[in-house]
Design a protein around this ligand. Structure first.
Ligand code: FAD
Length: 438
């Protein structure tokens, strides 16, 4: 495993639960960053086996959003100090039996391409500067946006950069805020100890950024013009250099091979506006152990397992891209400005949720996860769930829907009661009507 962020940690712990020997090489994030997550993400992290990492999370704090000229302050989010959180991930992995090597991966040689064998040779630079090689039979690339992608075909959204300026002030109540402006948006967060994070996300092509030595002053000026930034700047001073992070949405068209997998941001990275980065990283990683297990134990199913992983990654990417697009579209004050016009029309005009009506619902065979392996099963396919829905409360749905349709002269509730008994049949019939299936 390369990279010990949330996606690498989720896969490593998942593989340990399957009794695989796992070695993870990761170097800590080279800069101090804070991110925000919702309770739903916390649930996902608990499920992934993160305990020590979760213990580093701050309590929920107030979050205000100023968008399209109006401010709402109904939300909360939990601030994640990534340096502490990522240390917690390393501890969680060690606790589950992962061999963790803290160091930097400097090169990866695919032995098949070099006609040397079947695995990978990985060069690691340890924290003391010494270099050594490690051999891996299977490789998981989870180095986030830093994962090398030369020669990998990629889909990209409008090029974005996020400039992060640290400020330090007096200890205060933690909170965060978002504000849109003519050529981008800002996210601000304040930690209890007075450390503040002021981040501007801008369009690379149209923002005419100054040379590096003027960046701090430039950010300070831009932030001074934002009403929501004032409570984060008052009584505080900028500290250190401005840190630039690329935040362009990117999807790798190939994220699975016979003996390798890309997960998390290394496979697809979404716009930070959605605030869903950690969630999508986990979503792409949680099923990865089953894919890897299948590739290793059932190479005859390799095509199925790879297609399952790549289709899921692609679906997740477009779902989050459309969520971002709809949020950008809600800002109409500067809709013709290059920053907004590029983002409110990308990736396409397909609605986030497609209408589900019985004529658009079918059943078919698709890959599913069963007992830690990718296999094929008959599932219900809807416009909103093209990968299919297999089970609901342990009930296989496709055969039941097929039966309801085959007996079209009988009331669907009757058919389901005959198959499942009174309360279950009635409940499922109601549920199918609500979903738009019958
Ligand atoms: P990462 O978390 O990036 O982990 C990769 C790991 O690999 C890191 O520890 C890195 O140091 C290590 N690594 C890299 N190269 C090497 C190497 N050569 N050798 C060894 N180790 C290496 N998400 C949210 O949920 N909420 C937010 O508020 C939020 N804000 C964001 C703001 C910005 C500006 C950006 C760019 C992203 C934001 N995200 C946010 C997204 C979030 O950071 C990522 O989606 C998430 O961390 C991806 O997890 P990952 O495990 O795939 O990669």
């Amino acid at each position: 495993m390369l990279g010990g962020g949330p996606s690498g940690a989720a896969v490593a712990i998942g593989l340990r639960r399957m009794d695989y020997e796992v070695t993870l090489i990761g170097e800590p994030r080279p800069f101090d960053a804070v991110e925000g997550v919702s309770d739903r993400v916390v649930e996902g992290m608990r499920h992934a086996g993160f305990e020590q990492a979760l213990a580093t999370l701050a309590a929920p704090s107030a979050r205000s959003v100023t968008w399209n000229g109006s401010t709402s302050a109904a939300n909360t989010e939990r601030l994640v100090v990534r340096e502490r959180f990522d240390r917690g991930l390393l501890a969680d992995m060690r606790g589950s039996g992962v061999q963790v090597i803290e160091g930097r991966v400097t090169s990866v040689v695919d032995e098949a391409q070099a006609s040397e064998g079947k695995g990978f040779r990985i060069s690691v630079s340890d924290t003391d500067g010494s270099e050594h090689w490690i051999h891996a039979g299977f490789l998981v690339e989870a180095r986030g946006r830093a994962a090398p992608a030369a020669g990998v075909p990629r889909v990209r959204g409008a090029q974005s950069v996020s400039l992060l300026q640290h400020w330090q002030g007096e200890a205060d109540i933690p909170c965060s805020a978002v504000q849109s402006f003519a050529d981008g948006w800002a996210w601000m967060a304040k930690r209890e100890d007075g450390r503040r994070y002021l981040q501007l996300t801008l369009d690379v092509a149209s923002s005419r950024l100054p040379p590096k030595q003027h960046l701090a002053h430039w950010c300070h000026e831009r932030l001074s013009g934002l009403e929501q930034a004032q409570p984060f700047m008052e009584g505080a001073e900028p500290v250190g250099e401005v840190y630039a992070r690329t935040s362009t949405p990117v999807l790798c068209e190939h994220s699975a091979g016979d003996n390798w997998l890309r997960v998390g941001d290394a496979a697809m990275a979404v716009d930070p506006l959605s605030g869903n980065g950690i969630f999508q990283a986990l979503s792409s990683a949680l099923q990865a152990p089953a894919v890897i297990n299948t590739l290793i134990r059932h190479p005859e199913r390799a095509a199925l397992a790879k297609a399952f992983h790549e289709t899921r990654i692609e679906q997740l990417f477009y779902r989050f891209a459309r969520i971002g697009r709809d949020f950008y579209d809600q800002e109409s004050q500067w809709s013709e400005h290059p920053f907004w016009s590029a983002r409110r029309a990308w990736p396409d005009s397909q609605p986030l949720h497609l209408e589900v009506t019985p004529d658009r619902v079918s059943t078919g065979v698709r890959p599913v996860v069963d007992n830690g392996l990718i296999t094929e099963a008959r599932v219900v396919i809807t416009p909103d769930q093209p990968l299919g829905i297999w089970h609901l409360n342990s009930l296989a749905l496709a055969p039941l829907l097929d039966e309801v349709r085959a007996k079209s002269d009988i009331n669907p509730t009757r058919v389901l009661i005959e198959r499942l008994g009174e309360p279950k049949g009635v409940a499922l019939s109601r549920w199918m009507v609500q979903q738009g299936w019958i």
